[in-house]
Design a protein around this ligand. Structure first.
Ligand code: GAP
Length: 505
């Protein structure tokens, strides 16, 4: 099965098993907006909690806040979002479809790259062990021609973006003969910048109303509260402020399921440091965040850094932690050294000082900021995609299982009386009442036991216990492990400790 088919299966599994539904589906859904179902919300809460614990609970110098989604509109002037948070758009006049111009060009370049790689693969098969790839790439006429074509487009494109030259971006699309995937025509409009922020009106009557925005990132809620938290929390530099919450972007090319959404959740932390020490903290947070992702237990090869060469105007270093999704390596988290850009800009627009008095230096300064920013929905997608497995069992049957890391699994324990009689449900319900104080449990007495195990496998429950007639005699149950499917007999009184051990990360 190719990756595209696997991805389609994951999407339908998420819907079939109550993880993710299209938003307002009875009205045919809303593009790039999704609802989390009964298991999705548990997994999402657990991932958020995993982040919060690592960032806030385990760091004595990081505290959390929960800022409002609506903010004073000047916030977005100061942050640069009103003037510069936009994508270059182009419409096809025949299909009336709208595209991101930069994405059209990038996809065209990816196709040329694919042609080169196909050429190399073909030669590899032909020459076998004797194949020298470097030499082939340096000498093969077709590869060289395509590589040169690619380089030319790359250089023109980078220059056009740097100079914000939208006419040249359109010219590249025309020169590359890029066609609309829907109409097949080259009948394009001019390229325009399109701001990604959603706006709405504040107040019920016209005189009160003013345009406000749904926040496109949670970070600004932290910056505007820098002084409140620093003073009331008596925070000393270096210190951090963390926040999780919704962000909104009117994404033009919204696809790949929950990878790029119009309403999504971010988990961000701004770490305020002394100017001049930011590079050391940037390296610290790059490594700390990578370790945090890898502690989920997925193969290390699934993660990589992508250091930015072209930096945003406010950054002096930036790197993405990329994850290998079914559609390739893509950004999961960004780590940015944002200098003092945001605080200084808020000082300028608000007229308030946003500084720190450093007793060691005996001076005031505007702190520098290192930011870590991860999308909760992208993390969710990474976990689900990596956990989804179709296993062929010894008897030839297929079991679909989500091998979600046990400590973040939506349901930790399924409690299954073997039969609906002879007092077995009563014992099972007593266990449910006791253990659900500590763990998210599920009680299920419907259908044959094999079917019930499969249902739990499909939602990623790491442990199932079965209560049978022997349980009535000796107060023991069988515990079944999701990944190995191994079963063992244990005492009911040992269950809580066993689970606590099995759910540690
Ligand atoms: N405050 C910095 C900031 O917002 P970003 O790279 O634009 O930086 C940070 O976003 C993270 O938010 C990304 O790494 C990604 O995980 C997530 N994210 C951004 N746009 C998203 C979208 N449209 N849908 C889902 N997640 C998104």
């Amino acid at each position: 099965m190719n990756q595209e088919d696997i991805f389609k299966k994951i999407i339908s599994h998420c819907k079939e098993y109550g993880f993710i539904f299209p938003s307002s589906e009875i009205y045919d859904g809303l593009s790039a907006v999704y609802d989390y179902g009964q298991y999705g919300v548990e997994l999402k809460n657990n991932l958020r909690q995993y982040w919060w614990k690592a960032m806030v609970q385990l760091h004595e110098n990081i505290v959390g806040i929960d800022a409002a989604i609506f903010m004073h509109p000047t916030t977005w002037k100061a942050s640069g979002h009103i003037d510069a948070f936009s994508d270059p758009l182009i419409d096809n006049k025949d299909s009336k479809k709208r595209y991101r111009a930069d994405v059209l060009i990038e996809e065209h370049m990816a196709k040329i790259e694919e042609k080169i790689n196909k050429e190399v693969e073909k030669a590899k098969l032909k020459f076998g062990d004797a194949f020298d790839e470097a030499q082939f790439r340096a000498t093969n006429a077709r590869v060289l021609e395509n590589a040169q074509k690619l380089k030319l487009i790359e250089d023109r494109f980078a220059l056009a973006l740097n100079e914000n030259n939208l006419d040249e971006v359109k010219q590249i699309i025309i020169d590359c003969e890029i066609v609309c995937p829907v109409s097949g025509s080259k009948n394009w409009t001019d390229v325009r910048q399109f701001n990604l922020m959603f706006s709405t009106q504040l107040g019920a009557v016209a005189e009160e109303s003013g345009t406000i925005y749904l926040r496109p990132e949670t970070a600004q809620g932290i910056f505007v509260n820098y002084l409140n938290v620093q003073k009331t929390g008596r925070m000393k530099i270096p210190f951090g402020i963390a926040q999780t919450g919704k962000a909104f972007r009117n994404e033009i090319v919204a696809r790949q399921f929950i990878f790029r959404m119009r309403e999504f959740e971010q988990m961000e932390m701004q770490f305020f440091v002394k100017p001049g020490t930011e590079m050391q903290w940037y390296e610290y947070w790059k490594n700390t965040r990578m370790e945090w992702h890898q502690k989920l237990g997925f193969p290390k090869a699934k993660y990589r850094f992508h250091d930015h060469i072209k930096l945003a105007h406010y950054a002096n270093a930036a790197s993405d932690i990329e994850f290998e999704f079914p559609f390739g390596f893509k950004e999961l988290e960004g780590i940015h050294s944002r200098t003092d850009f945001d605080l200084k800009s808020h000082e300028k627009y608000s007229g308030k000082k946003l500084q720190f008095f450093d007793p060691e230096e005996n001076q005031n300064y505007v702190p520098y900021v290192v930011e870590t920013s991860v999308g909760l929905d992208r993390l969710f997608l990474a976990v689900i995609a990596q956990s989804y497995l179709e296993e062929t069992l010894e008897d030839g049957s297929i079991r679909t299982v989500l091998k979600i890391p046990a400590f973040v699994a939506p349901i930790k324990l399924a409690i299954l009386p073997l039969m609906k009689k002879d007092g077995l449900p009563e014992v099972a319900r007593k266990i449910f009442a006791d253990l659900s104080q500590t763990f998210m449990c599920q009680y299920d007495e419907k259908d044959a036991i094999g079917k019930r195990y499969r249902r739990q496998d499909a939602i990623g429950t790491p442990f199932c216990i079965t209560i049978d007639h022997q349980s009535l005699q000796d107060q023991t149950v069988t515990i079944r492990h999701r990944d190995s499917m191994a079963q063992e007999r244990v005492s009911i009184t040992d269950l809580e400790n066993l689970l606590l051990k099995g759910l540690k990360n």
